[in-house]
Design a protein. Structure first.
Length: 325
């Protein structure tokens, strides 16, 4: 009886360990990573759309709006997905993409051509046209919204961010109906830190500077709160707090620097100015010099992050998504 009892204990412990490992594997064994979004997640769609004109390959890395891999390239590797494998890594993100509307972009090459950048709904249309539905081992991520805020002149009423959040929530509900069961939604980061925002402030009369910054920050916070409210009763959806991620880093930069490790080396983020001096947002031409220490810069250009920050974001999303709630 003692031997049988011991065997029962051993088997019970083994089963517990096995179940735990199986549970962990089930949570992390995604077969496909499906991305909807804008510049920050675009891994070459805009580059292909504009026939290798935007973003300029002399200043931007392989069609990314950065000096290196996008955050989702790093994240894919962390969850065991090969971002070069189009059966595993399905990226529908486009630079300049918005939640509300498709964007018409003119490219000036040998002759001017107009291209239509799909909005969020159209990106999902592209997915459904080819793949029809999601499966239980898909991880779907929506990281979009910054471009809806960037034309700051639009921010006139509180109804703006409510309509924007409701529209994004409607698209989230849509992919749930299409079978998505593992969904991560990014809220909007604090755009007041961007070199683009500082440029706008410099062009604004001094008495309006603080009002401008406060209004933009409140609009983004309002959007993030509305989005969380719209999605709070959906257990298949997690909202990643990009706003807090960025603010944590900038708080450290303001105190002297944000220390981090990348590829077994220690670095310090110190600069909030852009590494590549592209203040006008011209992604077709070469418009300025590039810094010699991008590892110290949060922003690569007026809006987009360096690949060092892209890595930090991927690492934080990975750690957060695996955290037990």
């Amino acid at each position: 009886m003692k031997l049988i009892g011991k065997l029962q204990v051993i088997v019970t412990v083994w089963l517990l360990l096995f179940n735990c490992s199986m549970s962990f594997a089930a949570e992390n064994s995604y077969q496909r990573l499906i991305i909807f979004g804008d510049d920050y997640s675009d891994t070459g769609n805009t580059y292909q759309l504009t026939h290798h004109v935007i973003p300029n390959p002399a200043r931007y890395y392989q069609g990314r709006f950065s000096d290196g891999p996008a955050w989702d390239n790093y994240f894919a590797k962390m969850i065991g997905i090969e971002s070069e494998d189009q059966d595993q890594f399905l990226n529908f993100a486009f630079g300049d993409s918005e939640i509300f509307r498709p964007v018409s972009k003119i490219v000036h090459d040998k002759e001017s051509k107009r291209y239509l950048v799909p909005n969020l709904a159209m990106q999902i249309d592209r997915f459904t046209k080819k793949y029809h539905r999601f499966n239980s081992h898909d991880l779907a991520i929506i990281y979009i919204g910054s471009n809806d805020f960037i034309p700051f002149v639009r921010l006139k009423t509180d109804a703006f961010f409510k309509d924007l959040a409701n529209q994004e929530a409607a698209q989230v509900n849509r992919i749930i109906k299409l079978g998505a069961r593992n969904i991560i939604i990014f809220n909007v980061g604090d755009l007041t830190h961007t070199p683009y925002a500082y440029k706008i402030k410099k062009k604004t009369f001094l008495p309006l500077v603080n009002q401008y910054t406060d209004n933009l920050r409140q609009m983004i916070k309002g959007f993030n709160q509305q989005l969380a409210e719209d999605l709070k009763n959906k257990p298949v959806v997690k909202i990643y707090d990009l706003y807090q991620f960025e603010d944590n880093i900038f708080s450290a930069i303001d105190k002297g620097g944000y220390a981090y490790r990348f590829e077994n080396k220690n670095y310090m983020l110190k600069a909030s100015k852009p590494c590549y001096q592209n203040y006008e947002g011209d992604y077709q031409k070469i418009v300025g010099p590039v810094c010699d220490k991008p590892q110290e810069f949060f922003y690569y250009d007026d809006l987009h992050t360096t690949h060092f920050v892209n890595y930090l974001l991927a690492k934080d999303v990975y750690r957060w998504s695996n955290r037990k709630t």
